[in-house]
Design a protein around this ligand. Sequence first.
Ligand code: GLA
Length: 392
Amino acid sequence: MNNSDNRTQPLVEEFVRRFATQPTYVAIGPGRVNLIGEHTDYNDGYVLPVALKRDVRIVMRPRNDQHVRLYSLEYDEWFEFDLAQLAYNETILWSNYVQGMAWSLQESGLKLVGIDGVISGNVPRASGLSSSAALEVAMAKALLTASGQLAVLDGPQLAKAAQRAENQFVGVNSGIMDQFISVLGVENQALFIDCRSLAYQLVPFPENAALVIGNTKASRSLAGSAYNQRRQECESGVALLQAVLPGIQALRDVSSEQLEAHKALLSPVVYRRCRHVVGEDERVLQTVAALKQNNLAEVGRLMNASHESLRYDYEVSSEALDIMVDAMRSVPGCYGARLTGAGFGGCAVALVEPGAEQAIADAIFEKYPKATNIWPEVYTTRASTGARVETL
Ligand code: GLA
């Protein structure tokens, strides 16, 4: 037994109840919170996420055939499939993440074997904390372990395989950030990722800071269509700028000065979308530098600026998110706060002085429900470990 905490043991017992045999492994994929670098990943830019302590786990046992039998604890629902017969399922939506992962690994040329498994997660769903990437990555680790191929793909390759499952099987056109940090997160470190080269660098998360996440619990119904629309607006900006900047491939290659110089080529909306992305890439670089100098006031300032840019230029914030961010910022121990993830709802993250967590939570519970009529959730977290497999 090598359980990292007390969440695995009840799942082991559940597995025994469901399958009448002992499980042999637990595969774990964490969620993430992004410190800064929003809507930059699909523009070949920079991001700076941390892995959460919250994760999806699959307690499992390899089979010696091609069959997969999974029981989801939270949905209280079974799903079974054959690795040779994968098909998008309109009703059991969580099945598409696990099937998609099997599809993607097989697309990479890997021969898989089936598993029996119990799935359980405590990453809040549809909240901008990447519960879907956590499920994909846990499933990838489970399938690779079952077939004895855990070492065949390196971290970035595994992240890309999980992104392909999301893009091509589930049908969500997301970037690489969520899967990448879920695979490669390291305790007490933020991960500075170059989403073009997939080079990455660990940036120590400061000892003298903590993170508070405020979940607006507000619906993200617009998220899918508006996300794709933002991507298209960025692409159209690049296409127009290429007329005068032939060397550019993505907004990552454009500086603020160049964007200003050629502003007249773009519609006002596309210009503002581009200004967010170009400025956000610069803010990520500045945040990495400030973290290295332990200049938390500067990190907070940059997080605040990121939120304003997402709110006014990229237009992916919401009233609920703005109220949440204001509540967080109203506490003196808050260095800065911003929406995290795609936006339109979901969560905000604040960088705070250690010891200020409770005051921030109190401010959120006092102000947010009054203004929105919604009861929020608050989580405190530090940078945690990425995906892993433990032998039971
Ligand atoms: C979602 C996507 C990521 C990224 C963020 C916005 O979380 O899955 O790839 O684009 O939105 O930064």
